[in-house]
Write a protein that binds this ligand. Sequence first.
Ligand SMILES: C[S@@+](CC[C@H](N)C(=O)[O-])C[C@H]1O[C@@H](n2cnc3c(N)ncnc32)[C@H](O)[C@@H]1O
Length: 495
Amino acid sequence: MVACQRAVSGRDPNPDTRNPDYLAEKLLDAELMALVPACADLQRPFEEVFAEYLQRQARGFFAVVARTKHIDQSLQASLAEGVRQVVILGAGLDSRAYRMGPDHSGVRFFEVDLPATQEDKKQRVVRLLGSLPRNVVYVPVDFERQSLGTRLSEAGFRDDAPAFFVWEGVTMYLSAEAVDATLNYIARGTAPGSSIIFDYVPAGVIDGTSTEPPAVRARRLEMLERFGEPWLFGVPDGKIGGLVGKHGLELVSNLRIRELWDRYLRPGTADAVLGDADPEGGVALARVTARQVTDRVVTATARPPRPAEARVAPVDEPWTAEQRDYLEPHRRAGRLFNVFKTAAHHPELAGSFDAFAFGYINSESLTLRLRDRELVILRIGWLCRAEYAWAKHSRIARSVGITEEELVRITRGPDAAEWRPFEAILLRAVDELHRDSFITDATWNALVERYDTRQLMDLVFTVGTYSTVSMFLNSFGVQLDEGFSGFPKGAAGAR
Ligand SMILES: C[S@@+](CC[C@H](N)C(=O)[O-])C[C@H]1O[C@@H](n2cnc3c(N)ncnc32)[C@H](O)[C@@H]1O
């Protein structure tokens, strides 16, 4: 329905009032167009349609144009500030991932929707683009029944980097519980600096006590009934500050329909065109603030704690001949550590792995600067929450000049402001490899400005090696060796 409205308003020859969603029409098909009466307007000259809408004060139509522009603009501002995750909740035929994605290759778009609606959308996208874009992750979720946070994190969403959530044309279709659960997740489960923009109607529109013109109400009810999708949720007393405040979110802006109209369509004409009835809701932008961090550390979905005792005990002497062959060189080098004594249960594997991890990655053959190597190893160790790897490599890191402050900063990740630009890129590459086994175009292009092909290979293989080591350390419960200490005080969230 809204996609049809966007398609019609996307034909406006006047760029000032045109809907920027130029893909809306391309995502429709004959079947859908036959189902939605508003699509018939695509067959008529735009001027005629526009004049008619003005004449009958078609608020919905104009609200959708202004809303698209406003949300687009807010999202663009957030991307300009460096946000790299966009989540479109109840995505329907939202086209932002496809309109904006190509200009922002480092940004991941997560589209969240009911499974059947999402499958239909994916087919439309494939018809339009030939395939599903790699920067878009499709996450089927029913807000009424499933945990948004769990589903998002399973899909690779990061709760330690800020995100921009778009929730357009959805709140009114949900129960109050689902609206609360979603806002609560944004407030408690996402990184500070995350925002959510969403439109809403006041409760009076749901229960019929608003001063909305009866004809407007009747038209809407008829339409919603036709699609079997009733509106359920309205903001109590229209007090959006109360709703977002209840969840601890900070209200950044709240634009009513007439303000949207004035700002994005025809300044100074809202009263004349929309009449003087109460505005039906608006678009709110709310933000997760830093003061919620403490809260989050306590309430965030915890990662399972790593074993406090070895699951597989390190081998003690007497060793078998094979174990001796493997462990003796470590003893001679003064490193008869738990990791090697645990790996010694499988000397053949351990010996082959060491040949690469020590014979290459931790040797002078590696083409990365020592400082870069340690930043990379510590970051992947932190992301995997492998405290043993951290304990060993934070010592090596100190020996190559990495400071205590930098060690803590590694846990905060590539977005911490103080990194040198290339170091932020390196850490970002680690994060991307950890999350998706892939370096995005934006990060790759920045890496190749400094790294040659050997260095790029060394980077990827270092991350891979320490990811494997971390899996082993964590799962086998390898305990810290005497005299080594784990994650630093002040590390980013005990997750
Ligand atoms: C009116 S459409 C808006 C679609 C899109 N945001 C747009 O502006 O074009 C409402 C969307 O909310 C989704 N939705 C409704 N109830 C939902 C639920 N319980 N869980 C997830 N998505 C839901 C629908 O599948 C649909 O995509």
